[in-house]
Design a protein around this ligand. Structure first.
Ligand code: UD1
Length: 429
């Protein structure tokens, strides 16, 4: 297994082109199942999770064509992907593919809506908690699906097709909202999704569906009203920039006392992070091409943080901000309200000299004057990158093990950091 070697202490300086968002590209790819015409996605990041979704769609019969970069567009680094589901040859999403990536559940709504049946493996547990899909299932049932869970599979049928319904999500679910939004786009009648997730990735999906001919009102709000249409047509869509990748690099600038311009970042997608960074002592400014991030003061101040659904502070940046708090002055509490087991990075940060105590879903982080490099490993994507951030400021050498997690969600991480001065290299197994 590949590892990463990081020697800390270099302030990062320069520009980083932010990739297309993984969490937008995955549902957008699944949306191709809704139409028999070609969906062209521009700025798709090159990531292991994208390859997994491509494999899954391929085995449903979707024809995929990769067309390299579209260099004619500014601030775009990703590949262009054509997806054509003229015929769906299989409605089975097998365990072997689903277990690799929970987001595979995103094929359930589109398959059921288009083919009136789907058999999708239950995603099962994962490193950051149990993450059930009961809300996806209940919502599809209220749209007329008959669902039986047996032998680890969700067996779903809608012999008369899906119909519109009023769906009130008892808690905010990102992929749950996406699954229902996609299904509702071609269901019969009107679907209202109340307490819908409002993440920018959902807005991106809704805009793409609208370009395909879907009728959606309330885009960007917590109440989506979808009037089902008979069929969706071909469309071209540019995947939105990855706000979590951008936020991670913003924290990299902050933790190393550097200055980075994050090209392609939409400033308005990370307001919760910018507010927190401002209180810590970091300045962020929109520029013509993205966002500039640098320190405002020498001494960083700890700030309490609670993760929340968008527009609150994202759980996907919790581990990274914790690395920053480890080297800030004072003490801060970090409360995780979305996933119950998302402090897997804490024991590893402790090995690097951090001072953190965890009480249930709250971590108390007391700043230390320095972290020290150590061999570390992580069990999920964001935890891994938080250890890389800690390594960038730590004294000495950090060896990050199990970096396949990073490859699931960060495109060319070490190349991007190295171009800004970081001493970081991949050690191939
Ligand atoms: C998505 C993101 C993930 C991010 C998370 C929260 C993708 C591919 N993944 O994951 O990166 O960390 O949003 O912002 O976009 N829940 C239930 N029942 C359900 C569904 C969810 O109880 O049927 C709970 C979950 O256990 C969790 C909370 O709701 O506690 C939010 O989860 P959800 O928004 O659904 O996360 P994902 O869509 O899986």
């Amino acid at each position: 297994m590949d590892k990463m070697r990081i020697c800390g202490g270099v302030p990062l300086k320069g520009k980083i082109l932010i990739s297309g968002a993984k969490n937008a590209a995955l549902p957008l790819m699944a949306a191709s199942l809704l139409s028999d015409e070609t969906l062209t996605l521009i700025n798709v990041p090159r990531l292991a999770d994208i390859a997994t979704m491509a494999n899954l769609l391929g085995q449903h019969g979707v024809e995929l064509g990769l067309n390299g970069n579209d260099n004619s567009l500014p601030r775009i680094s990703g590949q262009t992907l054509d997806l054509k589901a003229s015929r769906i040859s299989s409605t089975l999403a097998p365990y072997d593919l689903v277990r690799k990536m929970r987001a595979s559940i995103l094929v359930l709504g589109p398959l059921l809506a288009r083919c009136r049946e789907a058999k999708v493996s239950l995603p099962g547990g994962c490193a950051i908690g149990t993450r059930p899909v009961d809300l996806h299932i209940a919502a599809l049932e209220s749209m007329g699906a008959e669902i039986v869970i047996a032998d680890g599979y969700i067996n779903a049928r809608a012999p008369k097709g899906l119909h519109g319904a009023e769906i009130v999500f008892p808690m905010v679910t990102v992929t749950g909202t996406e699954n229902i939004l996609m299904a509702a786009a071609i269901a019969k009648g009107e679907t209202v999704i109340i307490n819908a997730a409002r993440e920018p990735e959902i807005t991106d999906l809704a805009n793409c569906l609208a370009a395909m001919g879907a009728k959606i009102e309330g885009i960007g709000t917590d109440c989506l009203r979808v009037c089902g249409v008979e069929r969706l047509r071909s469309a071209k869509h540019i995947v939105v920039a990855d706000r979590i990748e951008a936020g991670t690099f913003a924290i990299a600038a902050a933790i190393t006392s550097g200055k980075l311009e994050l090209i392609g970042t939409r400033h308005e997608h990370l307001l919760s992070l910018w507010n927190i960074l401002e209180s810590i002592g970091i300045k962020s400014e929109p520029t013509k091409d993205g966002v500039m991030v640098c320190r405002r003061t020498d001494d960083l101040q700890s700030v309490d943080i609670t993760t929340e659904p968008y527009p609150g502070f994202p759980t996907d940046l919790q581990a990274q901000i914790m690395a920053l708090m480890c080297v800030s002055s004072g003490a801060a509490t970090i409360s995780e309200t979305i996933f119950e087991n998302r402090f897997m990075h804490v024991p590893e940060l402790l090995r690097m000299g951090a001072d953190i105590t965890v009480h249930n879903s709250t971590a108390v982080v007391r700043g230390v004057s320095k972290l020290k490099g150590a061999p570390v490993m992580a069990t999920d994507l964001r935890a891994s990158v938080s250890l890389a951030l800690a390594g960038l400021v730590a004294e000495g050498e950090t060896i990050l093990n199990r970096i396949y997690h990073l490859d699931r969600g960060y495109e060319r991480l070490e190349e991007k950091l190295r171009a800004c001065g970081a001493k970081i290299e991949r050690i191939r197994a």
